[in-house]
Design a protein around this ligand. Structure first.
Ligand code: 5GP
Length: 206
């Protein structure tokens, strides 16, 4: 099934943390009946409000390793000390029912699938600047300053991968970024600001 993908049946999103990826994905999914999120398995514990089977399948290290042994994952990665993986059966079931599937994964996961599946659409979300990213991470109030500094160092590393994605979308304004993503995934005539986005990426990396 995964070897016979039609263009855009799988849509991959990645971004440094704090770029607004999860909120944008939520909006995309709630506005499109035929697009759903792939629910990954993870060994991290649920955060407040997260639901097993909806946000993630929260499983133990042993269960995760068993699934690796059974070749159950499309891709896996270790992120911030925990294991994450996209479940083949979950994705295949959706595709069978003509649902397009969004993968919210990190750049390591993307690296594992990009060469195997040419019909994937991949979108990398970038923040307007690293300063803005720092502000957003501070205002979320989820992390200590030390963790935020680590996330910013990580963000710089992740931004280097942006060029290998099909589209780079700047999240300077939520509505504008959402419209740009909608245009990309619905393949309408769209205003995709490629030149501007690439320039901002260059500034972020300098
Ligand atoms: P969080 O724990 O904050 O929900 O996610 C941490 C990071 O793990 C995010 O960058 C998210 O995209 C990534 N992630 C979530 N699920 C998967 C997955 O199945 N595979 C990979 N490679 N990364 C994932």
């Amino acid at each position: 099934m995964l070897n016979n993908l039609k263009k855009g049946q799988l849509i991959v999103f990645a971004a440094p943390s704090g770029a607004g990826k999860s909120t944008l994905i939520k909006e995309v999914i709630s506005n499109n009946d035929k697009i759903e999120l792939s629910v990954s398995a993870t060994t991290r514990s649920p955060r407040e409000g997260e639901i097993h089977g909806k946000d993630y399948f929260f499983i133990t290290d042993n269960e995760f390793n068993d699934l690796i042994g059974k070749d159950a994952f499309f891709e896996t990665a270790e992120v911030h000390g925990y294991q994450y993986g996209t479940l083949k059966t979950f994705v295949e079931e959706k595709l069978k029912n003509n649902i397009r599937v969004v993968l919210d994964i990190d750049v390591q996961g993307y690296d594992q699938i990009v060469d195997s599946f040419e019909n994937i659409i991949s979108i990398f979300i970038i923040p307007p600047s690293l300063n803005e990213l720092r502000k957003r991470l501070l205002s979320r109030g989820l992390d200590t300053e030390e963790v935020i500094e680590k996330r910013l160092i990580n963000a710089k590393k992740e931004l280097k991968y942006a060029k290998s994605f099909d589209y780079i979308v700047l999240n300077d304004d939520f509505k504008r970024a959402f419209d740009e993503i909608t245009s990309i995934i619905l393949a309408k005539d769209y205003e995709y600001n490629e030149a501007i986005n690439k320039k901002i990426l260059k500034d972020l990396l300098d």
